[in-house]
Write a protein that binds this ligand. Structure first.
Ligand code: GAR
Length: 210
């Protein structure tokens, strides 16, 4: 099984979905560590309570983004992960960091990328008059929310939806999509080839997303 480190900044509900998927011994990845830039992130305590190694590298203790990332990399590497999953990790990353983990760092974003990179995605989807919304798991590159797409899931936008209602429904879809997408990468069904996400078998991969 591939060794996975999960990076979070908050409650860690997507982290928890990955942990729960990996409880099944036939799942192709195991969660070996959860790291956060916020020592008070709820997900750190949740992970520790399940016997998973945790580390906090507080960005406020560093003079620069580079210095923080250097300490973060050292903390990550102690767990020798094959794959790094960003799950609500809310720090911008330098190109040095994304290059180091190119092809083996993935992120979940709450929109159908390339629509709505950045923040407030639910509100922006509603304001745009979208009839569907969704989430994307992609390889991480230096451009924010720009990397090659691995898998997506869509949900319907209903009349009268508020951003909060939409976020809640989408979160349930995220919790199904992320374990699916991590499995695609861990098994090699989707691979990073020269900066593109390539499906090992043509067709069916995204269609099979739950
Ligand atoms: C999730 O909705 C995730 O897609 C989003 O933050 C939330 C984290 O929730 N990520 C981003 O917006 C990244 N650009 P969680 O901590 O409960 O998984």
């Amino acid at each position: 099984r591939k060794r996975v480190a999960v990076l979070i900044s908050g409650r860690g509900s997507n982290m928890q979905a990955l942990i729960e998927a990996a409880v099944d011994p036939s799942y192709p990845a195991e969660i070996v560590a959860v790291l956060s830039n916020r020592p008070d992130a709820g997900g750190l305590a949740t992970a520790a309570a399940q016997g998973i190694g945790t580390a906090a590298v507080d960005h406020r203790g560093f003079a620069s983004r580079e210095a923080h990332e250097e300490a973060l990399v050292a903390a990550i590497e102690r767990f020798r992960p094959d794959i790094v999953c960003l799950a609500g990790y809310m720090r911008l990353l330098t190109a040095d960091f994304t290059d180091r983990y190119a092809g083996r760092m993935i992120n979940i974003h709450p929109s159908l990328l390339p629509l709505f990179p950045g923040l407030h995605t639910h509100e922006r989807a509603l304001d745009a008059g979208m009839r569907v919304h969704g989430c994307t798991v992609h390889f991480v590159t230096a451009g924010m929310d720009e990397g090659p797409i691995i898998a997506q899931a869509a949900i319907a936008i209903e009349a009268g939806d508020t951003p909060d209602q939409l976020a809640t429904r989408l979160l349930a879809a995220e919790h199904r999509l992320y374990p699916h997408a991590l499995a695609l990468v861990a098994t090699g069904a989707v691979r990073w080839v020269e900066g593109r996400a390539v499906l090992a078998e043509v067709g069916g991969v995204n269609a099979a997303a739950p």
